[in-house]
Design a binder for this molecule. Structure first.
Ligand code: IPE
Ligand code: IPE
Ligand code: MG
Ligand code: MG
Length: 300
């Protein structure tokens, strides 16, 4: 994970430098770089790459990363994710002051700049995706399909709808089924898109892609259950963001509905279900297996 995080950081930094002038005085470019390069686990890009490896895509050498469709898609997914965090932290949404160990974008700059930084990172992701080079019609069609999948996962039928439900249900108690659906949308959808992108661009068969999608749906849910747990039990210094905020804002969470112990047991069960989806895969899927276990054991 650490190695991969560094590789993603380096590739993002390279791509951003190509996009953003180092000496720029332009506020929105500074704010984009501030949030994107603030750190973060880089889970979505790492998942994208691991999914590609699981279907047999060859390991990509350092110097080739920037020309590689899988790494470009991985970076685009991180750009979308970072935009979602900037907007999630805004006063009109979760109103948070810390993210990735630093003041949130709207605190470091101002609210209008943070809104625009988010907009810019979202559109930048599609600039990167659409600049991926393809060699033939078949590859072009796969790329279009991946872009379409990511658009829907990030959009109003995916993450945006999940975020809307999260905000609309503050102070309203959801049934467990509704909470699960909300988590699948607000967090699961982009995680599924990350695995889907890696599996498709890596040349996975229909059956492999289907199995990996099922795997990703499980880990996406487990990831957000763990986020809920860490909001109660986590160490804010280690996580780089405040804890106790879900309770303060009367959010619907797994610990609220099921209690802490049952939530932990459930997230482990969900990850076990994820691992079962990898039974047809050999050791090439070991990175995916390791990520699945990490998701419930993580401390940040
Ligand atoms: C936090 O995501 C927001 C959720 C969707 C739960 P991460 O926990 O992946 O945050 P970073 O990218 O490591 O900062
Ligand atoms: C964030 O969910 C989900 C998205 C950004 C899409 P949360 O609001 O629960 O995540 P944190 O705890 O602020 O990271
Ligand atoms: Mg939120
Ligand atoms: Mg939040």
């Amino acid at each position: 994970m650490n190695d991969r995080t560094k590789c993603v950081d380096n590739t993002l930094s390279f791509l951003l430098k190509k996009t953003i002038d180092d000496d720029t005085q332009i506020q929105v470019q500074k704010s984009m770089a501030y949030s994107l390069m603030a750190g973060g686990k880089r889970l979505r890009p790492i998942l994208c790459i691991a999914a590609a490896e699981a279907v047999g895509a060859a390991e990509i050498k350092t110097e080739k990363k920037r020309d590689n469709p899988i790494w470009m898609a991985a970076c685009a997914l991180e750009s979308i994710h970072t935009y979602s965090l900037i907007h999630d932290d805004l006063p009109a949404m979760d109103d948070d002051q810390f993210r990735r160990g630093k003041p949130t974008c709207h605190v470091a700059f101002n609210e209008a700049t943070a809104i625009l930084a988010g907009d810019a990172l979202l559109t930048l992701a599609f600039e990167w995706l659409s600049s991926i080079k393809v060699e033939n019609k078949k590859q072009a069609l796969v790329l279009l399909d991946v872009i379409s999948f990511i658009s829907r996962a990030a959009g109003y039928t995916g993450m945006i709808e999940g975020q809307m439900r999260d905000l609309a249900s503050e102070n309203v108690k959801l049934a467990l089924r509704e909470l699960e659906q909300m988590h699948r949308l607000k967090t699961g959808a982009l995680i599924e898109a990350s695995v889907y992108a890696g599996a498709r661009l890596g040349g996975g068969t229909k059956k492999q892609v289907l199995q990996l999608r099922k795997f990703s749906q499980h880990i996406g849910l487990a990831f957000q259950i763990t986020d809920d747990i860490l909001n109660i039990e986590g160490n804010p210094d280690e996580m780089g963001k405040a804890t106790g905020t879900d309770h303060e804002r009367n959010k619907n969470t797994y610990p609220l509905i099921l209690g802490l112990n049952e939530s932990k047991a459930l997230s482990r069960e969900v990850v076990n279900n994820a691992l079962k989806m990898l039974e047809d895969f050999d050791s090439e899927a070991d990175p995916l297996r390791a990520i699945a276990l990490y998701i419930v054991e993580r401390k940040k």
